[in-house]
Design a protein around this ligand. Structure first.
Ligand code: AMP
Ligand code: MG
Length: 313
């Protein structure tokens, strides 16, 4: 998934065996949703673009897609997994790891405006039809689940951890981290709460504060510091405003969501980043999620529930 994954498990069983199965669980999800993998369900869907017969949606994706499309609608299109053609054109992932300084200085990676405008014509979640177990993509369209994939994976990890209860390798408690997505599960044997650090977007090797949590929670952060290129003081990052085709410029540097499922948290963190603080607060409330935002000015804006569990460092 292009990120660092880490686990801490509390079990009286064989922890190594559990870790191995967890790895397989992640691998399985990635094999299903990664657009770069030719055999993935997403690749099959993308290859079906323009086909009037559509493409059959695997059962586990059906419910997830309905959720994603609902959040797209409720966010006014701020979340849009059909943004793929534009994301490909920007190719920020590649530039972000590039060491070709001269090219970056020349700003050569900036997409040509007319090309960007053309790619935008092949986006729009509302142009995709989902009917029972079938999805219909118009010609030239494609899906990129980058904004929701890690959250979906966290949901599957939770289901796996719950299943271990029936086995000799029962996991009592765990904390899983997939890049900016954290899952806390169960209660630690010593009864102490979970502490989840929130990265300071101005100094990414530091935390700006800590959330104190009990039991099972999903904490998801989207930020402009994850994958970006900076040229002449302008930061081109990986979260695109589907209305403009350019990196979102809503006055936020990061958004953290506390939610009851991973997919919702991941979808909301991206959508809220694009929307900006005012609309983001409303959207989070609609989904009964807690939200913390860091603005460009370094201000921290939080929902009430978030303020109760957040401690600044
Ligand atoms: P996240 O880190 O969860 O906010 O997801 C960002 C990733 O989702 C990017 O790297 C793109 O692959 C993709 N993406 C960028 N902008 C959007 C958007 N507005 N809606 C959906 N996916 C997006
Ligand atoms: Mg996201």
């Amino acid at each position: 998934m292009g990120t660092i994954v880490s686990f801490a498990l509390y079990t009286d069983g064989d922890g190594k065996a559990v870790l191995k199965e967890l790895g397989a669980c992640i691998e399985e999800t990635e094999a299903e949703i990664a657009w770069r993998r030719e055999e993935s369900a997403i690749s099959r869907i993308n290859q079906s673009a323009g086909n009037p017969d559509g493409c059959v949606l695997p059962e586990d994706l059906q419910e997830e897609f309905i959720k994603i499309w609902q959040i797209s609608k409720n966010s006014g299109g701020a979340l849009d997994v059909t943004i793929a053609p534009v994301v490909r054109l920007w190719n920020i992932d590649t530039w972000a790891v590039s060491e070709e300084e001269e090219i970056l200085e020349a700003g050569n990676f900036l997409p040509v405006e007319t090309e960007l405008a053309e790619k935008l014509l092949f986006t729009g979640y509302e142009n995709v039809t989902i009917e029972e177990n079938c999805i219909f993509l118009p010609e030239g369209f494609g899906l990129d689940l980058g904004a929701v994939g890690k959250g979906m994976t966290c949901d599957r990890i939770l289901a796996f951890l719950e299943e271990t209860k029936e086995t000799e390798n029962s996991v009592e408690a765990a904390v899983c981290s997939l890049g900016g997505n954290i899952l806390t599960y169960g209660e630690k044997p010593d009864g102490s709460p979970w502490k989840v650090g929130i990265t300071d977007p101005f100094q990414t090797d530091c935390y700006l504060g800590v959330l104190t949590l009990t039991g099972t929670n999903f904490v998801t952060t989207s930020g402009d510091y994850e994958r970006y290129v900076e040229v002449d003081g302008v930061r081109y990052h990986h979260i695109i405003d589907p209305q403009t085709g350019y990196p979102a410029n809503s006055g936020l540097r990061s958004v953290t969501i506390l939610s009851e499922d991973g997919l919702t948290g991941d979808a909301l963190s991206t959508a809220c980043f694009v929307l900006g603080s005012k609309e983001a607060l409303k959207l989070a409330k609609q989904y009964e999620a807690e939200i913390l935002m860091v603005t460009e000015d370094g201000e921290i804006i939080m929902s009430e529930g978030m303020a109760e569990i957040f401690q600044a460092l």
